[in-house]
Ligand binder design. Structure first.
Ligand code: CDP
Length: 206
């Protein structure tokens, strides 16, 4: 059986943490689709052509070091504007989504473009300040030299680029359940996500 859970939302909303926990809860595989764009962005920073990098991408590239760096996130959101780059990454994501045993994919356009037929869709948000605060702590723990102000500016800039692009902009699918995690700790956000998916599962198999 295949069952796809699409989790979208703006930068650093907690999609990664929630997606991993939801996947573990249901025994599903998880794909962080942001890593695809980050891997392409990293190649472009190293001098590659964006489309050539997207077409040459293989699964191992998602484990490359340094993909979480802020400059790679910015480069990712720049290559993500290019329709040909997005098109080159579609088949991999759709194949992953339909694998047997269930899949969780998190990104920006999973519920709208990659898997409009996903059985469960979540849109995870939080205020820009809360998201930047969480990302700052993550980056700091990883040893990055960044300021809170810089992280907030980065998050706002990426959100604007992601929302305003013509191709697959960041927007909640009409049938997505929105979870605002501004006032939630991780456990509550994960519990809310699992409850929303269970509601869809029950709706599907009454
Ligand atoms: O972890 P964070 O939310 O900061 O970012 P990410 O999910 O790793 O995504 C990095 C960038 O890739 C985003 O700012 C988007 O521009 C792009 N992206 C996208 O366009 N579509 C996706 N499905 C996933 C990421």
């Amino acid at each position: 059986m295949s069952f796809t859970i699409a989790i979208d939302g703006p930068a650093a909303a907690g999609k990664g943490t929630i997606s991993r926990a939801v996947a573990a809860h249901f025994g599903f595989a998880h794909l962080d689709t942001g890593l695809l764009y980050r891997a392409v962005g990293a190649r472009v920073l190293a001098g590659a052509d964006p489309l050539a990098a997207a077409r040459a991408l293989v699964a191992e590239d998602l484990e490359a070091e340094g993909l979480r760096a802020p400059e790679v996130a910015q480069a990712a959101s720049k290559v993500a504007v290019l329709p040909e780059v997005r098109a080159a990454l579609v088949d991999f994501q759709r194949a992953f989504a339909r694998r047997a045993g269930g899949a969780v994919l998190d990104g920006r356009d999973i519920g709208t473009v990659i898997c409009p037929e996903a059985e469960a869709k979540l849109f995870v948000t939080a205020s820009a300040e809360v998201r930047a605060g969480r990302r700052y702590l993550e980056l700091e723990a990883g040893g990055a030299q960044v300021s809170r102000e810089q992280v907030l500016a980065d998050v706002i800039e990426r959100d604007r680029r992601d929302r305003e692009r013509a191709e697959a902009p960041l927007v909640a699918a009409r049938d997505a359940v929105e979870i605002d995690t501004s006032q939630m700790d991780i456990d509550s956000a994960v519990a809310a996500a699992i409850a929303a998916v269970e509601a869809r599962m029950e709706g599907k198999n009454p």
